[in-house]
Design a protein around this ligand. Sequence first.
Ligand code: SF4
Length: 263
Amino acid sequence: MKSNPDIKKVIRQHAEMAEFFSGGLTVKKLTAEHAENAEEEIKLNSANSAVSAVKITRPPCSAENIKELEDIAEQTRKCRKCELGSLRKNAVPGEGNTSARIMFVGEAPGADEDTQGRPFVGRAGQLLDKIIAACGLKRQDVYIGNILKCRPPDNRDPKPEEIIACIPYLQRQIELINPEIIVALGAHAAKTLLDTPKAIGQLRGIFHEYVPGLGHKPIKLMPTFHPAYLLRNYSDDNRRKVWEDMKKVLAELGLPIPPRANR
Ligand code: SF4
């Protein structure tokens, strides 16, 4: 039986995407000069490995903050502040390291997330895992959340009234976790957190400031493309843009850039 060319194309794109974010594609394109630089980078990374190991997270989040984060998660599971509360299977409050230096914020749960009650566990989540791994980090080193805690039907865009109802949960999670950098995944996350109508193409690639509530310092925010957008708009250029954004995040945190994927 002949296989569907579209399916073959999607499988190939996924394989290449995985290869790109795990460094394989970049290695193939290394020139002699790049190889020399990469060698230097490896030495630097070896020297820095002990330092990076302790810099991946901050000092532990206080017991009080962890308790409040758990309370927020419980509130979202009972929440009916917008219509999505009666449509969801599970709320997806967010998860990860409460002492994370990096917090990823996406738009809203999809079908897989709704089923499991966990953020970024579908196809886009698998790609996010690869991006995190390409950064030399593990999923458990970062915190991952969404603007909306419940799935919009058919993955439609969040409605303004849903964002208004739900955003206080995320705002408080950000204050309690207090990451050094927020990576806003996609237009909805970036526009909501920065309170701007600008397009993601204009926002990505440069640091902005997210302003939490009174008494909290502004937090650097890097907008980048949502992994689901990358899957839909597959191109070397888009993948490289995301990687460029993530390299800036690593540099800002003083974390080493893994040599196999650093160009
Ligand atoms: S999306 Fe947010 S505000 Fe709406 S029901 Fe779910 S938790 Fe509540």
